[in-house]
Design a protein around this ligand. Structure first.
Ligand SMILES: [Zn+2]
Length: 248
Protein backbone atom coordinates (compact mmCIF):
# COMPACT_ATOMS: atom_id res chain seq x y z
CA UNK A 1 0.00 0.00 0.00
CA UNK A 2 1.33 3.41 -0.90
CA UNK A 3 0.82 5.92 1.85
CA UNK A 4 0.52 9.62 1.33
CA UNK A 5 3.74 10.07 3.28
CA UNK A 6 5.62 7.84 0.86
CA UNK A 7 4.42 9.70 -2.16
CA UNK A 8 5.75 12.86 -0.52
CA UNK A 9 9.09 11.13 -0.01
CA UNK A 10 9.28 9.71 -3.48
CA UNK A 11 8.24 12.72 -5.52
CA UNK A 12 11.32 14.83 -4.84
CA UNK A 13 13.51 12.03 -6.12
CA UNK A 14 11.88 12.21 -9.52
CA UNK A 15 12.30 15.96 -9.46
CA UNK A 16 15.99 15.53 -8.63
CA UNK A 17 16.47 12.94 -11.35
CA UNK A 18 15.04 15.41 -13.83
CA UNK A 19 17.63 17.97 -12.77
CA UNK A 20 20.65 15.73 -13.23
CA UNK A 21 21.05 16.47 -16.91
CA UNK A 22 22.01 20.05 -16.15
CA UNK A 23 23.27 19.88 -12.57
CA UNK A 24 26.32 17.69 -12.91
CA UNK A 25 29.16 18.07 -10.46
CA UNK A 26 30.36 14.49 -10.23
CA UNK A 27 32.03 14.23 -13.61
CA UNK A 28 29.79 11.40 -14.73
CA UNK A 29 28.28 11.17 -18.18
CA UNK A 30 24.65 12.20 -18.10
CA UNK A 31 23.20 10.32 -21.01
CA UNK A 32 19.45 10.23 -20.54
CA UNK A 33 19.56 6.50 -20.27
CA UNK A 34 16.38 4.59 -19.64
CA UNK A 35 18.18 1.29 -19.83
CA UNK A 36 16.61 -1.30 -17.61
CA UNK A 37 19.51 -3.74 -17.63
CA UNK A 38 20.22 -4.64 -14.01
CA UNK A 39 23.49 -3.34 -12.72
CA UNK A 40 25.48 -5.94 -10.88
CA UNK A 41 27.30 -4.54 -7.87
CA UNK A 42 29.97 -6.23 -5.81
CA UNK A 43 29.65 -6.16 -2.03
CA UNK A 44 32.54 -3.68 -1.92
CA UNK A 45 30.68 -1.34 -4.27
CA UNK A 46 27.50 -1.63 -2.22
CA UNK A 47 29.48 -0.74 0.91
CA UNK A 48 31.15 2.15 -0.89
CA UNK A 49 27.84 3.72 -1.94
CA UNK A 50 26.33 3.03 1.50
CA UNK A 51 29.21 4.87 3.16
CA UNK A 52 28.56 7.91 0.94
CA UNK A 53 24.85 7.88 1.82
CA UNK A 54 25.63 7.55 5.52
CA UNK A 55 27.99 10.51 5.37
CA UNK A 56 25.29 12.69 3.80
CA UNK A 57 22.60 11.60 6.27
CA UNK A 58 24.94 12.20 9.22
CA UNK A 59 25.80 15.66 7.89
CA UNK A 60 22.12 16.56 7.75
CA UNK A 61 21.20 15.10 11.16
CA UNK A 62 21.62 16.30 14.72
CA UNK A 63 23.93 13.64 16.14
CA UNK A 64 23.95 12.95 19.88
CA UNK A 65 27.43 13.77 21.27
CA UNK A 66 29.21 10.96 23.15
CA UNK A 67 28.25 12.31 26.58
CA UNK A 68 24.56 12.66 25.64
CA UNK A 69 22.24 10.31 27.54
CA UNK A 70 20.93 8.69 24.36
CA UNK A 71 24.44 8.06 23.03
CA UNK A 72 25.51 6.62 26.39
CA UNK A 73 22.48 4.36 26.53
CA UNK A 74 23.05 3.09 23.00
CA UNK A 75 26.75 2.46 23.73
CA UNK A 76 25.79 0.46 26.82
CA UNK A 77 23.09 -1.63 25.19
CA UNK A 78 25.25 -2.43 22.17
CA UNK A 79 28.21 -3.51 24.27
CA UNK A 80 29.70 -6.59 22.59
CA UNK A 81 27.77 -5.84 19.39
CA UNK A 82 30.57 -4.33 17.34
CA UNK A 83 30.05 -6.79 14.52
CA UNK A 84 27.48 -9.28 13.33
CA UNK A 85 28.33 -12.15 10.97
CA UNK A 86 31.26 -10.27 9.52
CA UNK A 87 29.57 -6.85 9.30
CA UNK A 88 31.42 -4.26 11.39
CA UNK A 89 28.87 -1.98 13.02
CA UNK A 90 29.13 1.73 13.84
CA UNK A 91 26.44 3.44 15.88
CA UNK A 92 25.06 6.94 16.30
CA UNK A 93 21.85 8.46 17.64
CA UNK A 94 19.97 11.14 15.70
CA UNK A 95 18.30 13.56 18.10
CA UNK A 96 14.78 13.85 16.71
CA UNK A 97 11.32 12.87 17.98
CA UNK A 98 10.82 10.76 14.86
CA UNK A 99 10.39 7.05 15.48
CA UNK A 100 12.91 5.52 13.12
CA UNK A 101 16.10 3.49 12.74
CA UNK A 102 18.08 2.08 9.84
CA UNK A 103 21.14 0.02 8.94
CA UNK A 104 23.33 0.46 5.90
CA UNK A 105 25.42 -2.10 4.03
CA UNK A 106 28.66 -0.59 5.34
CA UNK A 107 27.60 -1.31 8.94
CA UNK A 108 26.20 2.14 9.64
CA UNK A 109 23.49 1.84 12.31
CA UNK A 110 21.43 4.89 13.25
CA UNK A 111 18.74 5.10 15.93
CA UNK A 112 16.45 8.10 16.25
CA UNK A 113 15.93 9.27 19.86
CA UNK A 114 12.14 9.14 19.33
CA UNK A 115 12.36 5.38 18.86
CA UNK A 116 14.67 4.97 21.85
CA UNK A 117 12.18 6.87 24.03
CA UNK A 118 9.48 4.28 23.50
CA UNK A 119 11.50 1.08 23.64
CA UNK A 120 13.31 -1.06 26.20
CA UNK A 121 16.93 -2.04 25.59
CA UNK A 122 15.92 -5.48 24.30
CA UNK A 123 13.30 -3.96 22.01
CA UNK A 124 15.98 -1.69 20.57
CA UNK A 125 18.15 -4.79 20.05
CA UNK A 126 15.25 -6.40 18.16
CA UNK A 127 15.12 -3.35 15.84
CA UNK A 128 18.90 -3.61 15.46
CA UNK A 129 18.68 -7.29 14.52
CA UNK A 130 15.85 -6.55 12.11
CA UNK A 131 17.77 -3.78 10.33
CA UNK A 132 20.94 -5.91 10.10
CA UNK A 133 18.66 -8.62 8.69
CA UNK A 134 17.74 -6.37 5.77
CA UNK A 135 21.46 -5.96 5.01
CA UNK A 136 22.43 -9.62 5.46
CA UNK A 137 19.43 -10.87 3.46
CA UNK A 138 20.55 -8.78 0.48
CA UNK A 139 17.53 -6.44 0.47
CA UNK A 140 19.72 -3.34 0.65
CA UNK A 141 21.97 -4.55 -2.15
CA UNK A 142 19.03 -5.37 -4.40
CA UNK A 143 17.47 -1.94 -3.87
CA UNK A 144 20.75 -0.24 -4.61
CA UNK A 145 21.20 -2.23 -7.80
CA UNK A 146 17.68 -1.35 -8.92
CA UNK A 147 18.11 2.33 -8.08
CA UNK A 148 21.49 2.64 -9.78
CA UNK A 149 20.35 0.65 -12.82
CA UNK A 150 17.66 3.25 -13.43
CA UNK A 151 20.09 6.13 -13.20
CA UNK A 152 22.74 7.61 -15.41
CA UNK A 153 25.41 6.19 -13.14
CA UNK A 154 25.03 2.88 -14.94
CA UNK A 155 25.99 4.54 -18.21
CA UNK A 156 29.08 6.02 -16.64
CA UNK A 157 30.12 2.72 -15.08
CA UNK A 158 29.60 0.86 -18.34
CA UNK A 159 31.42 3.43 -20.47
CA UNK A 160 34.40 3.62 -18.13
CA UNK A 161 34.71 -0.16 -18.25
CA UNK A 162 35.60 -0.48 -14.61
CA UNK A 163 33.55 -1.31 -11.61
CA UNK A 164 35.00 1.17 -9.18
CA UNK A 165 32.75 3.04 -6.80
CA UNK A 166 31.88 6.36 -8.38
CA UNK A 167 31.77 9.45 -6.21
CA UNK A 168 28.12 10.39 -6.32
CA UNK A 169 26.90 13.98 -6.49
CA UNK A 170 24.84 15.27 -3.59
CA UNK A 171 21.59 15.10 -5.57
CA UNK A 172 22.35 11.53 -6.66
CA UNK A 173 22.95 10.53 -3.05
CA UNK A 174 19.66 12.15 -2.05
CA UNK A 175 17.92 10.12 -4.73
CA UNK A 176 19.63 6.92 -3.60
CA UNK A 177 18.70 7.55 0.05
CA UNK A 178 15.03 7.87 -0.90
CA UNK A 179 15.12 4.67 -2.94
CA UNK A 180 17.32 2.54 -0.66
CA UNK A 181 16.73 3.80 2.91
CA UNK A 182 13.31 5.47 2.79
CA UNK A 183 11.36 3.20 0.47
CA UNK A 184 8.93 0.70 1.90
CA UNK A 185 9.95 -2.93 2.26
CA UNK A 186 7.74 -5.73 0.98
CA UNK A 187 6.02 -7.99 3.48
CA UNK A 188 8.26 -10.92 2.51
CA UNK A 189 11.37 -8.79 3.13
CA UNK A 190 9.90 -7.78 6.49
CA UNK A 191 9.34 -11.39 7.47
CA UNK A 192 12.85 -12.32 6.42
CA UNK A 193 14.33 -9.46 8.47
CA UNK A 194 12.13 -10.39 11.44
CA UNK A 195 13.33 -13.99 11.24
CA UNK A 196 16.90 -12.74 11.20
CA UNK A 197 16.13 -10.58 14.25
CA UNK A 198 14.79 -13.57 16.17
CA UNK A 199 17.88 -15.60 15.34
CA UNK A 200 20.06 -12.60 16.27
CA UNK A 201 18.36 -12.21 19.68
CA UNK A 202 18.56 -15.93 20.34
CA UNK A 203 22.22 -16.23 19.33
CA UNK A 204 23.11 -13.27 21.57
CA UNK A 205 21.02 -14.49 24.51
CA UNK A 206 18.70 -11.50 24.41
CA UNK A 207 14.95 -11.69 24.98
CA UNK A 208 13.14 -12.82 21.83
CA UNK A 209 9.84 -11.68 23.32
CA UNK A 210 11.13 -8.14 22.81
CA UNK A 211 10.36 -8.59 19.09
CA UNK A 212 6.70 -9.02 19.93
CA UNK A 213 6.44 -6.15 22.39
CA UNK A 214 8.36 -3.78 20.10
CA UNK A 215 6.01 -4.54 17.19
CA UNK A 216 2.97 -4.15 19.44
CA UNK A 217 4.21 -0.72 20.49
CA UNK A 218 4.72 0.23 16.84
CA UNK A 219 1.25 -1.02 16.01
CA UNK A 220 -0.24 1.25 18.69
CA UNK A 221 1.63 4.14 17.13
CA UNK A 222 0.12 3.58 13.72
CA UNK A 223 -3.07 5.36 14.78
CA UNK A 224 -1.31 8.20 16.52
CA UNK A 225 2.20 9.55 16.54
CA UNK A 226 3.96 9.64 13.22
CA UNK A 227 6.53 6.95 12.61
CA UNK A 228 8.87 6.85 9.66
CA UNK A 229 9.89 3.34 10.62
CA UNK A 230 6.29 2.26 10.10
CA UNK A 231 6.16 3.81 6.65
CA UNK A 232 9.14 1.67 5.61
CA UNK A 233 8.38 -1.46 7.67
CA UNK A 234 4.67 -2.29 7.22
CA UNK A 235 2.02 -4.23 9.14
CA UNK A 236 3.42 -4.48 12.70
CA UNK A 237 0.30 -6.17 14.08
CA UNK A 238 0.52 -9.25 11.85
CA UNK A 239 4.27 -9.36 12.37
CA UNK A 240 3.86 -9.26 16.17
CA UNK A 241 1.48 -12.22 15.96
CA UNK A 242 3.89 -14.10 13.70
CA UNK A 243 6.82 -13.48 16.06
CA UNK A 244 4.69 -14.47 19.03
CA UNK A 245 3.95 -17.83 17.40
CA UNK A 246 7.66 -18.51 17.21
CA UNK A 247 8.17 -18.08 20.95
CA UNK A 248 6.50 -21.36 21.92
ZN1 LIG B 1 12.10 -3.90 7.94
Amino acid sequence: MITRRQSILVLPSFALAGCLATADNSGLIRAASTASKALSLTDDEVRGYAAQMAKKMDAEAKIAPVNNKYAQRLTALTSGLQEDKGLRLNYKVYLTPEVNAFAMADGTIRFYSGLMDMMTDDEIRYVLGHEIGHVHSGHTKKRMQTALSASAIQTAAASSGNAQVATLANSELGDLIVKVVKAQHSQSNENEADDYAMEFLSRRNFQRKAAVTALEKLDKLSGGRESNWLSTHPAPKERAARMSSKLV
